[in-house]
Design a protein around this ligand. Structure first.
Ligand code: ADP
Ligand code: MG
Length: 359
């Protein structure tokens, strides 16, 4: 892999929160790599640590949280020079001034959380432009109108004068995307940007993000719990479970050659890809409480293929090929080869499991 094409490398990132019930380990040794111009999707159930991970890239770890370990290397070009910085080493002030909103921008699930209800759309878009670029009000206004057109708003002049509550959910999200793009970021992070929208609007916003990515050649980190969306938008996919990446690969690796039983479960519970099934599968059980510690694999309890070793030791990342990795003991050379199945009532026994458990 050509390292010069990497825009973001997250290495062994661990983030914990202090809570009234003790320390909560939200992110546990996450690795991610995003190349220039690519879309990387992070997929996982609610509570798996997706938002905490991407917020940390924006320097937005809340005051009760801390980065315990790891690095976030971000590469960008400044005055024609390529610079790589570890974002975990930057102060809030430096992040605010040089990175956040300017080189890395973020679109959240609920557009109302990023919009100011008391400020006109025009002023909100111009605010960021004028903070990062020293340009006149007139030029900022022109740029704001261009951005609104770019995100598919047909009547930018009147929308500029509107307030957020006057717009539909879809329009608000378009405005948020316009604001995110206003400073020409190299990296756009979208955290479940369409979850609050109806299906038709979801498809439109996703198409918009794809069009913009192509036109602007930006890199996109796209968070979702919906594999149907991933199939449409992503080049690479990282599957997250209980604060860890459990499988990562190209979109083909994940859809045609998934190796982790959690990924199998996710695929089986996705309507678009599995429409042959009458009833959609749901992965039994629920993820572990991140306030607790446990032995072995966090997924073991829910894994119909779990072996003794799954309850004792955390599996390492096994390499399937140069771009495909999965953290499951099923990939150990001593594990029984299993057929992927989604019936949760299936009882499986492993005759050869003894070999592995004794390791
Ligand atoms: P996801 O985005 O995958 O749904 P999150 O990243 O939001 O999940 O959350 C991961 C875990 O971290 C959850 O258990 C959540 O309750 C916890 N968490 C997130 N933010 C905080 C916080 N500020 N304080 C304490 N716990 C938090
Ligand atoms: Mg989230």
């Amino acid at each position: 892999m050509n390292r010069n094409n990497t825009i973001l490398t997250v290495r062994n990132l661990s983030i914990a929160f202090q809570t009234n019930s003790g320390e909560l380990n939200a992110v546990r040794g996450v690795n991610l790599q995003l190349m220039k111009g690519e879309t990387l999707a992070i997929v996982g159930e609610s509570g798996s640590g997706k938002s905490v991970t991407v917020k940390s890239i924006m320097g937005m770890v809340t005051s009760n949280g801390r980065i315990k370990e790891g690095s976030i290397e971000f590469t960008y070009t400044d005055n024609g020079k390529s610079i790589t910085e570890d974002l975990t080493k930057l102060s809030n002030k430096e992040m605010q001034k040089r990175i956040k909103g300017k080189r890395i921008a973020m679109v959240f699930q609920d557009p109302m959380t990023s919009l100011d209800p008391t400020m006109s759309i025009g002023n909100q878009i111009m605010e960021g432009i004028r903070y990062h670029f020293k340009i006149s009000k007139k030029n900022a206004e022109k740029k704001a109108m261009d951005l609104l057109e770019l995100v598919g708003i047909k009547n930018p002049t009147s929308i500029m004068r509107n307030y957020p509550h006057q717009l539909s959910g879809g329009m608000r999200q378009r405005v948020v995307i316009a604001i995110a793009l206003s400073c020409d970021p190299d990296l756009l992070i979208c955290d479940e940007p369409t979850t609050a929208l109806d299906v038709t609007m979801q498809a439109k916003i996703i198409q918009l993000i794809m069009d913009i990515q192509k036109e602007k050649e930006i890199s996109v980190l796209f968070i979702t719990h919906d594999l149907g969306v991933v199939a449409k938008i992503a080049d690479k996919v990282s599957i997250m479970y209980a604060g860890k990446i459990v499988e990562s690969g190209t979109v083909e690796d994940i859809f045609y050659d998934a190796r982790h039983p959690y990924t199998w479960g996710l695929l089986a519970s996705t309507p678009d890809i599995n429409n042959i099934q009458e009833r959609l599968y749901t992965i039994p059980g629920s993820p572990p409480n991140l306030l607790n510690t446990w032995e072995g694999d966090a997924f073991a309890e829910r894994n119909q293929y779990a072996m003794n070793i799954d309850f004792r030791l955390e599996p390492p990342m096994f390499k399937i090929n140069d771009h495909h990795y999965a953290a499951t003991w099923l990939l150990h050379e001593n594990a029984v080869k299993v057929e992927r199945s989604h019936q949760n009532n299936q009882t499986l026994t492993w005759e050869e499991e003894g070999n592995l458990a004794n390791k």
